[in-house]
Design a protein around this ligand. Sequence first.
Ligand code: F6P
Length: 406
Amino acid sequence: MQKLYIVMVGLPARGKSIVARRLLEGLEGYGLKVKIFNNGELRRSQFGVSSASPDFYSPDNLSARKYREDIYYNNIAYAKSFLEQGGHIAILDATNSSPERRKSIEHKSDGIPVFFIECINEDEEMLNTSILRKSMLPEFDQLDKKTAIKWFKERIEQYKRVFVGLKDEKNYIKFDTLNSCILDEKLDETLPYYVEMRDILISDWIQHLYLVRHAESQFNLEHRIGGDPSLTQRGWEQARALARHFQAIPVPFVFTSTKKRSQETASILIEQQKKCIVHALPEFDEIHAGICEGLTYKEIAERYPKEYLARKKDKYNYCYPQGEGYASLYERVYRGLKKALFLSGAAAGTMIVGHQAINRMILANFNFRRTRNVPYISIPQEQYFHIILTHRKKMVEMVPIVPLLK
Ligand code: F6P
């Protein structure tokens, strides 16, 4: 079988390692032997906390530059021996910022084709959350969160001083990691596994997504819609049951809406997870019912009978006056989903604690319902949806939250 080097390229926090893992898992699915050689991991094992300082990445810091170069030489030697000993694809995961470094890789590849993948993402909110995730790396353990984030941002600036995007390399793809789309590609030869790699890159890649509806709120009890109510006592019990259910299941990323009922539902679970990044996305806020916010369906029928009937007739396309409808939710919900999936990465368990209408829209993305049926999908509060979606496995299962309520 043919051999190949895949070389990741891109500034820190652009999603390179996520893409590398996605390629590894996808290509292994084709029966190929694939291994990732990550410079950052090697550096952390050799230098640990002393490599946290931005100065370590300054092109002017000659001694640190030498250390980093040695790491690169070591890793490419490991990759070479992996390929010699029966491996098929070696993925070199590092910034590989300069054309000189990339030329050196091509030079050292001994005729084995080299495929570069440049990961690009300039969405500011995504970058900031990605940096927040980086600030949890073990090398920052001795720093407070604020300093860790500052140092990581300064590290990026140091890399920017030498970074040049792909241009003269023979084979490459420039990949928008947030939108999973190919921005540019160049192929100078028949590259092995190209079709498979392309397919993996553009396919959805969700390892474990847990789609949870917030627990019972005061408004649920009163049959009122919208608003920003807190959980009821029963709701808090449901939140505790959720936390217990996930005690042994890692959930490193939790996305809530900005509403209290969503955040309160997640709060106990978050405390009990070891390392857990929590992010409130307004994209996951419940449908805004405009003039009907805070009313019961009965009150809506009495006060706004025309609106009530219009919604009944075409619930998907109906839009509340001064509010939203299912059709108009589409754009923001999918933007939120894209963000959540980018930030959580390929191998991670991700939880979204959403709302009835929001979860219907998210779910519709995975179970391909006709739009007119979407507003009627059942979203119970004591069950959640477990979703797996890779180019080889697709699964949406409804799971009861156990241990059940006492
Ligand atoms: O009743 C709870 C709730 O989340 C409301 O806040 C929201 O308006 C409603 O569900 C959405 O469901 P439907 O579209 O069926 O009215």
